[in-house]
Design a protein around this ligand. Structure first.
Ligand code: SAH
Length: 353
C-alpha cells in the first residue's frame, strides 16, 4: 500500500466515494505523493516514453510546421511560444534547434512553459536555459499576445469523469472502499445536462468520459488565438468522440490496475477531440493521425538525411524510431493531431481545414 492509498482511503471513509476526476488529480498531482510531483517518469529508466523522447525528428517537424504558420500569419512580433506539459524539455529543444534558420523567429519569441511538476521544471530549466523560459501553473496566465503553442501528451493527463448510461440518466463511476481497498463502483442514476447530446448515440451500459479541465484549457488558448493570432498543435491519443473506459495506468512500461498503487503509476485517458474543439472562438483543423501528419511534413526525407551519418546499432534504432512514430500498428494512428488557428487563416502545414 502506498502512503497516498491510506490518505485517500481515510478521506473516502470520512466523506464517501470520490469521482474518478478527484482520484486522478490526487494520483497525479498530490503535492507530496502525486506521480508527477515526485518523479521524472519519462524515458527508458522511467515508466513510459513519448514521441519526442523516441526521436528528434518529431520536435523538428512540429517546430517547422508551427514556424511556417507564424510566417503565414505575417510573422507577428513579439509573440509567445508556449508548451503545455513540456516533460524533460526535449520537444521544445528540438523545435528551437530546427527553427534557428527561420528569419526573425527566435528574436521575436518569448518562451512560456505550463508545468505542474517540480522535478520536470528542473529538467526543463537545464535543457532550455539559453531561452530564459517563464513557467506557469496554468494557461490562464499566458500573455495576451500572438500565441504559438504545442502540447504533446498533455491533455491525456487531465482528470476525467466517467458515466455509465442507465435509461435516460447516467450512473457516475466513483472510487469507494471495499475491505479497506480502493474499489471502483457506480452511483445511482441521475440526469446529466452536459451529456444531453450523448443520449442520441449511446445505449444502456455504454460508458462515456468527460474532461471539463481540458475544455477550459482549450478555451483559454483559443481565446488568445482568436484575439491576437497564433496556432496550437495538439497531439494526443484519443478519438473524435469518446466511448468506453479509457482510463489506464502505466508503471515500468506496462499496464497496471489504476486503483492499486495510487501515486506510483501514470494515469491517463484518451482525449475526446470533439468535446475539446467544437464551438471554440477560433477555427480547428481536421483530426489527423500522427503518422499521416508526420509523413506530410516530410519525416521520410528527414529520416533518410539523418541515416546518412549513422551506422550499426545507431542506424537500426533510428529506423525503428521512424517506424514507431508513424506506423499504424505503433503510434501512427492511435495518436492524433489537431490544430487551432484563427478563423479565415490557413492551418499549419500537415493539417487540413
Ligand atoms: N510533452 C512531454 C511530456 C508528456 S507527460 C513529452 O511529450 O515528452 C505529461 C506532462 O504534462 C508532464 O510534463 C506533466 O508534468 C505535465 N502535466 C500533467 N498534468 C498537468 C497539469 N494539470 N498542469 C500542468 N502540467 C501538467
Amino acid at each position: 500500500m502506498t502512503a497516498l492509498h491510506d490518505i485517500l482511503a481515510a478521506q473516502i471513509a470520512r466523506q464517501g466515494p470520490m469521482s474518478i476526476a478527484e482520484y486522478m488529480a490526487a494520483c497525479l498531482l498530490h503535492p507530496k505523493h502525486g506521480y508527477y510531483s515526485t518523479k521524472d517518469p519519462l524515458g527508458a529508466a522511467g515508466d513510459f516514453t513519448t514521441a519526442p523522447e523516441i526521436s528528434q525528428m518529431f520536435g523538428e517537424l512540429l517546430g517547422l510546421s508551427l514556424a511556417q504558420s507564424w510566417l503565414d500569419q505575417g510573422a507577428p512580433a513579439p509573440f509567445t511560444l508556449a508548451e503545455l506539459g513540456p516533460g524533460r524539455g526535449t520537444l521544445m529543444a528540438d523545435m528551437l534547434r530546427a527553427t534557428r534558420g527561420v528569419p526573425g523567429f527566435h528574436n521575436a519569441l518569448s518562451l512560456h512553459l505550463v508545468e505542474a511538476s517540480a522535478p520536470l521544471r528542473a529538467a526543463q530549466a537545464e535543457r532550455l536555459q539559453e531561452y530564459a523560459p517563464h513557467w506557469h501553473d496554468s494557461v490562464d496566465t499566458l500573455p495576451q499576445a500572438p500565441l504559438f503553442l504545442i502540447a504533446n501528451e498533455f491533455f491525456d493527463a487531465l482528470p476525467i469523469r466517467q458515466f455509465q448510461r442507465d435509461g435516460a440518466g447516467w450512473r457516475e463511476r466513483v472510487v469507494g472502499l471495499q475491505d479497506g481497498q480502493l474499489t471502483p463502483g457506480l452511483t445511482d442514476a441521475a440526469p446529466q445536462a452536459a451529456l444531453e447530446q450523448r443520449l442520441e448515440d449511446t445505449h444502456d451500459g455504454d460508458l462515456v468520459e468527460t474532461c471539463t479541465p481540458a475544455r477550459a484549457v482549450a478555451e483559454s488558448v483559443a481565446t488568445r488565438i482568436a484575439q491576437h493570432g497564433g496556432a496550437a498543435l495538439i497531439v494526443d491519443y484519443g478519438d473524435w468522440r469518446s466511448l468506453g473506459d479509457t482510463l489506464q495506468a502505466i508503471a515500468e512500461h506496462s499496464a497496471a490496475n489504476p486503483f492499486t498503487h495510487p501515486g506510483q503509476a501514470d494515469l491517463t485517458a484518451h482525449v475526446d477531440f470533439e468535446a475539446l474543439v467544437t464551438d471554440l472562438p477560433c477555427a480547428h483543423s481536421r483530426l489527423t493521425p500522427q503518422g499521416v501528419f508526420l509523413e506530410r511534413l516530410g519525416i521520410t526525407q528527414r529520416a533518410q538525411a539523418l541515416a546518412q551519418k549513422l551506422s550499426g546499432a545507431a542506424l537500426e534504432s533510428h529506423i525503428a524510431a521512424h517506424a514507431r512514430l508513424t506506423h499504424p500498428q505503433e503510434m501512427g494512428s492511435v495518436f492524433k493531431c489537431i490544430a487551432l488557428y484563427p478563423k479565415g487563416a490557413t492551418p499549419p502545414p500537415g493539417l487540413d481545414p
